[in-house]
Ligand binder design. Structure first.
Ligand code: G1P
Length: 295
C-alpha cells in the first residue's frame, strides 16, 4: 500500500465568517494563542509523516507563503538582541526547500474545485487533505490516527464526529452502514449540508481526508451542488460506489476556527494547555463566569 506522502491544504477561501478581521489577513493566519491556524494543521500533517505540502492558494494570501520562509530582517534583529528562543521559534517554521508547493484557485468555485486544482501536483498516488479552519487537539494528531488506520485497511477515509442535530446543515454528513459507534465506520452514502430533517445521521465530516487519486476524474465532472459550489462531498459519494471508504471517529477534540465562537473556544482550550498561561487564564475564566452573563 502506498505511503501517504502528500497533503493538499486549500487556503483560497475569503473567511467571510470572521470579517472584518479577514479583510486584510488570510483567515488561515488568525492566531490561536501564538501560532496561526495554518501552523497547527501543518504540524499535524508533519507528525503524520507527510513529506510534501500543496497549498491551493489565491490572491491576498502571500502571508502564508512568508510564514513558512525565512524572515531575514527579523531573524537578524532577534539574533543581535540575543533572543535565541524566539529566533529558533521563527526559524523552525521554515519548511524544507522543495517540500512545499503552491497553486492558485483563480475562482471561488468550491472545495471540490480547490482540490481539483491540485491534481497535477498530487499525481497518481493517494493523498491527504486538511481544511485549515478546523484545528484538532489530540495525541496522536487526527491525521496520524487516520494514516495508521489507512496502513491497515487502505481505500479512502474521512474523519467524522457527532454534531448537534440542529447543526447538520452546516457540514458534510455521512450515512453510516455498520456499527456507527466503531472507530472505523462503513458508510452507505454522504451528503453535503443536508436540511436538518433530511440528514442521514448527525456524524459530520471534520475536515481531514485520505483519498485515492481517482477522485480527480470525479471532481472534473462534478456538477455544482450545495451553495452552488463544486463539492468534494459529492465527488466522494461517487467514489464510494467503486472503492472502499471508511469514516474514522477520531479521538481528538476539534475546533472550527472559521466561526467566531469556535475560534474563541480554541484560544481558551489551547491556552489552558500552555503551562505559562494555564493558571492565570483559569483564574480569569472563573472570575468572569461568576459574573452576570450580560456583563
Ligand atoms: C467543508 C466541507 C464539509 C465539512 C466542513 C468541515 O465545508 O464541504 O463537508 O463538513 O468543511 O469544516 P465548509 O465549512 O467549507 O462550508
Amino acid at each position: 500500500m502506498s505511503k501517504i506522502r502528500k497533503i493538499v491544504i486549500p487556503v483560497a477561501g475569503h473567511g467571510t465568517r470572521v470579517l472584518p478581521a479577514t479583510k486584510s489577513i488570510p483567515k488561515e493566519m488568525l492566531p490561536v494563542v501564538d501560532k496561526p491556524l495554518i501552523d497547527y494543521v501543518v504540524e499535524e500533517a508533519l507528525e503524520a509523516g507527510i513529506e510534501h505540502i500543496i497549498f491551493v492558494t489565491g490572491r491576498n494570501k502571500g502571508a502564508i507563503e512568508d510564514y513558512f520562509d525565512h524572515a531575514f530582517e527579523l531573524e537578524t534583529a532577534l539574533a543581535e538582541k540575543g533572543k535565541t528562543e524566539l529566533l529558533e521559534a521563527c526559524q523552525s517554521k521554515v519548511l524544507t526547500a522543495g517540500s512545499i508547493s503552491y497553486t492558485r484557485q483563480q475562482t471561488p468555485s468550491g472545495l471540490g474545485h480547490a482540490i481539483w486544482c491540485a491534481r497535477e501536483l498530487v499525481g497518481h498516488e493517494p493523498f491527504a487533505i486538511s481544511l485549515p479552519d478546523v484545528i484538532i487537539k489530540g495525541q496522536p494528531g487526527c491525521l496520524k490516527e487516520m494514516v495508521d488506520h489507512y496502513a491497515k485497511v487502505g481505500g479512502n477515509m474521512i474523519a467524522v464526529e457527532e454534531v448537534p442535530q440542529a447543526d447538520v446543515n452546516k457540514y458534510g454528513i455521512i450515512a453510516p452502514k455498520g456499527d456507527a459507534g466503531a472507530d472505523l465506520i462503513e458508510m452507505s452514502g454522504m451528503v453535503e449540508k443536508p436540511p436538518v430533517d433530511e440528514a442521514p445521521s448527525n456524524l459530520s465530516i471534520t475536515g481531514r481526508y485520505i483519498l485515492q487519486p481517482e477522485i480527480f476524474a470525479l471532481l472534473a465532472n462534478t456538477k455544482r451542488g450545495a451553495g452552488n459550489e463544486i463539492q468534494l462531498t459529492d465527488a466522494m459519494a461517487g467514489l464510494m460506489t467503486s472503492q472502499s471508504f471508511f469514516a474514522n471517529r477520531f479521538s481528538g477534540e476539534s475546533h472550527d476556527c472559521g466561526s467566531k465562537l469556535g475560534w474563541l473556544k480554541a484560544n481558551i482550550a489551547f491556552g489552558l494547555d500552555r503551562q505559562e498561561l494555564a493558571k492565570d487564564l483559569k483564574d480569569y475564566i472563573s472570575e468572569i463566569s461568576g459574573q452576570a452573563p450580560n456583563r
